[in-house]
Design a protein around this ligand. Structure first.
Ligand code: SF4
Length: 337
């Protein structure tokens, strides 16, 4: 039986038409699920008995279980158990502009980035649409507040679970659904080039972030195996195409690894690579873990790197360090598999 939370609005409209019901029933059901947060079909009192009986026969109102919460200042990491016992994590962060949630898109990840804690567990499976939707719903219930921003940057490579991720975005973005504006949703990829082209053609207002982490192929090959499949030239070509088609700014994520990618030369090479592009760079101080040998760049190196980018007119920020307290940071969530 399908989870009711896995249906986009269009899919629900189709479903209702197959059972001889009008399209507006989809809006009514969305209203119960996402506005009123009702979790029992029987309580949906503007749906008639026949419709309720059919929904009960065809769909499940499921949930995912919060196993553990790990809180720090302005941050909380959630460990969830899925229906088959697999575990995933999501991280909630309180900012002055709102509350953002970083969700997982897969159980494990096959991309093998050398610095990544999440990728140590190979992909076991893609998350279903409802499993992504339920990360949002369960956490909103837990904090009794609405999340304003979603980042698809937890465990997994979103473009390796493309169709489900796109449907998740439709549910989250629907004004009758969870209703988070597209510009408040960011999808992050390590650089699966064909999917960047496909995503470009969707013409969504969703933000695109690229995990770049190195300014040349030699270095990128060392820390991100995906770059052996798609060279930096190919990646940059796909991003330039995205910017010119969508007229949207791209974010480049750059994890600062001590003595690996944080030299002045790397900064200058990065400036050359990004010159003239509608983009900004997010420098991420690495969150060290005991399992992986990389070290966080020293502050003086991060500042130097930042200054070089600034001087070369590249928009740049240094990401606030939420994660240290709870091992929650980009690419550093654990899969408790
Ligand atoms: S950084 Fe992201 S893409 Fe790379 S291994 Fe980790 S989860 Fe996968």
């Amino acid at each position: 039986m399908n989870s009711v939370y896995s249906y986009t609005k269009e899919e629900l409209i189709k479903y209702f038409s197959t059972i001889g019901e009008k399209p507006f029933k989809a809006d009514q059901l969305y209203d119960w699920l996402y506005k009123k947060r009702v979790t029992d079909f029987k309580l949906m009192n503007n749906l008639n008995k026949k419709v309720i009986a059919k929904l009960e026969e065809d769909m499940l109102i499921d949930n995912i279980k919060i196993l553990k919460k790990d809180s720090g200042k302005d941050v909380c990491k959630y460990l969830f158990e899925l229906f088959d016992g697999e575990k995933i994590e999501a991280v909630l962060m309180y900012h002055d502009y709102g509350i953002s949630l970083c969700i997982s898109t897969q159980v494990g990840c096959n991309m093998g980035c050398a610095f990544c804690e999440s990728g140590r567990l190979k992909k076991r499976r893609n998350l279903l649409v409802n499993e992504m939707v339920l990360q949002v719903l369960e956490i909103e219930k837990d904090i009794n507040a609405r999340i304003s921003h979603i980042v698809l940057m937890g465990i997994g490579e979103p473009f390796d679970n493309y169709d489900n991720v796109l449907n998740f975005i439709k549910v989250v973005n629907d004004s009758k659904g969870i209703d988070i504006g597209a510009r408040h949703i960011t999808i992050s990829t390590c650089g699966i080039v064909p999917k960047i082209y496909e995503f470009t053609n969707e013409k969504l207002q969703v933000n695109l972030a690229i995990s770049l982490h190195a300014p040349n192929d030699r270095l990128r090959n060392q820390i991100m195996p995906i770059s052996k499949a798609y060279s930096l030239d190919e990646l940059m070509e796909s991003i330039k195409n995205y910017i010119s088609v969508t007229n949207r700014r791209v974010t480049f994520e750059y994890i600062m690894l001590d003595n690996i990618n944080d030299s002045k030369e790397c900064a200058l090479e990065l400036c050359k690579l990004l010159r003239g592009m509608n983009c900004y760079v997010n420098l991420i101080p690495y969150n060290e873990t005991e399992n992986i040998g990389f070290k966080r760049s020293k502050n003086v190196k991060i500042n130097e790197f930042y200054d070089i980018l600034k001087k070369n007119s590249i928009s740049v920020t240094v990401r606030r360090e939420f994660g240290g307290l709870v091992s929650a940071a980009c690419g550093q969530l654990r899969s408790h598999g």
